[in-house]
Design a protein around this ligand. Structure first.
Ligand code: GLA
Length: 394
């Protein structure tokens, strides 16, 4: 896990903060909010103006939910809600100039309150699975909520994807949104009060940068990720089986029947898991029981941000590059999507119509001493970064 000192990070963000005085009077819902900052307000009358725009989006747990629209100088727009730290849309042009969203999401909060499988969400305290919801730390056994058969998945019954985050800072120049959430000691069975800060920044190079920071007062596992489902055609009636995927990984972590890694790091060479050269997602998917839902052991070394995967769609001309500081990548090919959930305009979301590239530490690390550690100690700073970048090939 990469940990760097972030003492100045929030101070730096707050320094350049601009308030968004939307129809709700600029309330970002908390004492540590952008309210105290100075600057020029966004033109809230027009959410297409470069910058960040805040709109009321409903309520959950008695707290106000907002939808933030981040617009860059190219007119590319990313929408993020403080409900679940959820990316609800990312509208980019295709090679003909026609605009559509490359991620799966709903127009209304109601879609998310019905608990779809983590569409666009910020996932935590532990992204991915912990076997039987149990782990031992400093001689004490902890029992977590189990919500995936016998296993713990994506933070439990009410993970970070289902809570209302506090919008702590909104910045117009290189539009960015900082969200805070404090997960209390014992939540979903985890030890320690964990204070989490996630900052989303949309650059004029059409990059979405996601920066994760956390601190705890007791040792605890932490593994934060984003669960966006991509379909680069921008049309959910197409599958992602024709997308070409490259993952810079010579190994992956094979799993048991409940998707818990066996503990081995297996070479991908000669298997359907070899994406070291760009290969169509659908080319060998039939050979993988249930489809892809595995963690790749990235070749990346060191702690800096490196490109680890690319996903391309010839039809639209869009390529997505994935950069991360994390050691692993879960590629999930939308296997459990089965048409039962519909988009806001009523289209069924069928199997393999969207896929996730979740940057992370390996699943079940708290029970696998040979995997890179996910334990955050009091006094340590958790800091990871992931960047998704869209490029247009004409
Ligand atoms: C992750 C998991 C999958 C599935 C999805 C949500 O990517 O690895 O098995 O649970 O989330 O449906």
């Amino acid at each position: 896990m990469k940990k760097v000192v972030m003492s100045t990070a929030l101070g730096f963000l707050m320094a350049g903060v601009f308030t968004s005085c939307g129809n709700n009077g600029g309330s970002t819902g908390g004492s540590n909010s952008g309210d105290s900052a100075t600057g020029t307000a966004t033109d809230t009358a027009n959410a297409s103006t470069p910058g960040i725009h805040q709109a009321d989006w409903g309520e959950s747990d008695g707290k106000k939910v907002y939808l933030y629209t981040l617009t860059n100088n190219n007119g590319v727009q990313v929408k993020i809600s403080n409900y679940g730290g959820t990316i609800t849309s990312w509208v980019t042009p295709d090679k003909t100039g026609s605009k559509s969203s490359i991620v799966l999401g709903f127009n209304e909060l109601a879609g998310y309150l019905a608990h779809p499988p983590y569409f666009g969400a910020t996932v935590g305290r532990y992204g991915n699975r912990i076997a039987k919801g149990k782990f031992t730390l400093n001689g004490k056994e902890y029992t977590l909520a189990t919500n995936d058969g016998q296993n713990h998945l994506h933070g439990g019954k009410k993970g970070f994807d289902k809570v209302v985050w506090e919008a702590a800072a909104l910045k117009n120049d290189q539009p960015s949104l900082t969200l805070n959430y404090t997960s209390v000691d014992g939540e979903e069975g985890y030890p320690g009060n964990l204070r989490v800060t996630v900052t989303f920044t949309l650059t004029n190079d059409n990059e979405l940068n996601i920066d994760y920071n956390a601190e705890t007062d007791k040792a605890t596992p932490v593994n934060l990720t984003n669960h966006s489902y991509f379909n680069l055609t921008g049309d959910i009636t197409n599958t992602i089986l024709d997308h070409s995927l490259m993952i810079d990984a010579d190994k992956y972590t094979p799993v048991d029947s409940t998707l818990i890694p066996t503990g081995q790091l297996q070479p991908v060479k000669g298997t359907p898991f070899d994406f070291t050269k760009a290969t169509k997602v659908g080319a060998r998917i039939e050979q993988v029981k249930g489809g892809y839902d595995h963690n790749w052991v990235l070749n990346r070394k060191g702690n800096d941000l490196q490109m680890v995967a690319t996903l391309s769609d010839e039809k639209s001309g869009r390529t997505l590059q994935v950069y991360t500081t994390e050691p692993g990548l879960q590629f999930y090919s939308g296997n459990f999507l089965n048409g039962s959930i519909k988009t806001s305009d009523g289209k069924p979301i069928n199997q393999h119509t969207a896929m996730c590239l979740e940057t992370q530490h390996f699943p079940n690390s708290p029970n696998q001493p040979n995997f890179p550690t996910t334990i955050l100690q009091p006094g340590q700073k958790y800091h990871t970064t992931t960047k998704y970048k869209v490029i247009l090939n004409k």
